[in-house]
Design a protein around this ligand. Structure first.
Ligand code: ZN
Length: 123
C-alpha cells in the first residue's frame, strides 16, 4: 500500500532520473560536436601539411634554399615574435615563456596548453 511518502519519493526520483537523462543527452551532444570539430581540425592539419611540404619542395626546386635556410627563417620568426612580446594579441607561454598569440590554445614552440588563450582575441 502506497502512502504519501512513497508518492512524493517516487515523484522526486522520477524528476531526478529525467534530469540525469537530459544531462546525459546534452553531454553526448557536446562530445559528438567536439569529436566532429577535432576530426575536422585533423583533416585541415593534414591538408595544410601536404600544402606546406609541396610549397617547400617547390621553393627548393626553384631556388637555392636549403633546409638549413628554413630553420634559420623559423628562428628569425621566433626572434621577431619575442621582440613583439607585449604587443596586442600576444602573451608569454606559461610553459616556455616564448611569445605566443593570445588566440593560441597550444604553444607552437613547446606544445603546452594555453588555457588563458581566447580564440576571439589577437590575430
Ligand atoms: Zn611554450
Amino acid at each position: 500500500m502506497y502512502d504519501l511518502f512513497d508518492v512524493v519519493f517516487g515523484t522526486y526520483v522520477s524528476s531526478k532520473v529525467a534530469g540525469i537523462s537530459a544531462l546525459q543527452a546534452s553531454t553526448d551532444q557536446r562530445l559528438t560536436s567536439s569529436t566532429e570539430r577535432l576530426t575536422a581540425l585533423e583533416h585541415k592539419y593534414e591538408r595544410m601539411h601536404i600544402v606546406m611540404v609541396a610549397l617547400w619542395g617547390l621553393l627548393k626546386e626553384h631556388t637555392s634554399l636549403t633546409d638549413a635556410d628554413l630553420k634559420r627563417f623559423v628562428a628569425n620568426v621566433e626572434a621577431s615574435e619575442a621582440q613583439n612580446r607585449g604587443a596586442a594579441g600576444t602573451m608569454a607561454c606559461p610553459h616556455c615563456s616564448r611569445t605566443v598569440r593570445k588566440s593560441a590554445t597550444r604553444c607552437p614552440w613547446c606544445g603546452g596548453a594555453i588555457t588563458t588563450g581566447d580564440a576571439f582575441q589577437g590575430t
